[in-house]
Write a protein that binds this ligand. Structure first.
Ligand SMILES: [Mg+2]
Length: 264
């Protein structure tokens, strides 16, 4: 892209883009447990103004449940896909559709059983997925991977193992952040815009690929998965600074087209 960075290309022509963005490690700093994240002052308003400024073409793509993201960003009910593409709210404030069946009880039970191999392992039931967090028991990773792979192989249900930052998840095959991005981009207000996906982890790779294949691009956030050299953002703070710049560009554009709408 020459002298203009990829992130800068979005700021240059914000009206041409549809924004897809991850939560943990991208919008919010990673915490010891998923419940322990903090939402900084002003972020909810920033997201609301961006969604408005982009004509509604903004969606959250997360491994969290939609209800969990709604709690973080209350009172907003943004366009969002949760649990790696298995939950979808395609209209702001609209209903959440569950695209895959719930994880069977025997799989959940087996995952709780193997969590006992070390203290500090947290099992999170997410409806269409089950996550095993080992951030507080990092030495257990290899044993967990082996055991979870065996549980998934033994299940009659078509599951895949997703690896993320200090988390292993069993989710239905055929769903990902990439399938969610493609589904949203096929309809207004996303349709016709170039998708840009911002994320920091393995689970975002499917959406990076989908965005690139659909005429857009991927913006990587440095952290535990991408190092700074290969990333577009140094961390959560620089993502937020970019989002604020994007809000500013959109507001100036709106003021230029419709001077009466400019706020003092
Ligand atoms: Mg993330």
């Amino acid at each position: 892209m020459g002298a203009l960075s990829k992130a800068g290309a979005v700021l240059a022509e914000p009206e041409r883009w549809a924004l897809f963005i991850d939560i943990d490690g991208t919008l919010l700093s990673v915490a010891p447990t998923p419940d322990a994240v903090t939402v900084p002052a002003g972020l909810v308003q920033l997201l609301e103004e961006l969604a408005d400024g982009l004509g509604g073409a903004m969606a959250i793509l997360t491994g969290r449940r939609v209800t969990d993201a709604d709690r973080l960003f209350a009172p907003l009910k943004l366009v969002i896909s949760g649990v790696h593409g298995t939950e979808l709210r395609s209209e702001r404030g609209g209903p959440v559709t569950t695209l895959a069946p719930a994880i069977p009880g025997d799989v959940i039970e087996a995952m709780h059983n193997i969590a006992g191999i070390a203290s500090g392992i947290l099992v999170e039931e997410k409806g269409c997925g089950v996550a095993v967090h080992y951030r507080n028991a990092p030495v257990a990773r290899r044993a967990l991977e082996t055991e979870l792979a065996a549980i998934i192989a033994a299940s009659a249900y078509d599951l895949v193992l997703r690896k993320g930052r200090k988390v292993l998840e069993a989710v239905p095959s055929g769903y990902s952040k990439g399938t969610a991005l493609a589904a949203l981009l096929s309809r207004p207000p996303f349709k016709g815009r170039r998708p840009v996906m911002v994320g920091d982890d393995v689970g975002d790779e499917s959406a990076f690929l989908a965005a690139e294949q659909l005429g857009g691009m991927a913006l990587r956030v440095a952290g535990e998965h991408f190092d700074k050299r290969g990333a577009d953002f140094a961390g959560v703070a620089s993502v937020r600074a970019w989002l604020k710049a994007l809000r500013g560009r959109l507001a100036r554009q709106k003021a230029a087209t419709n001077p009466s709408s400019e706020l003092g």
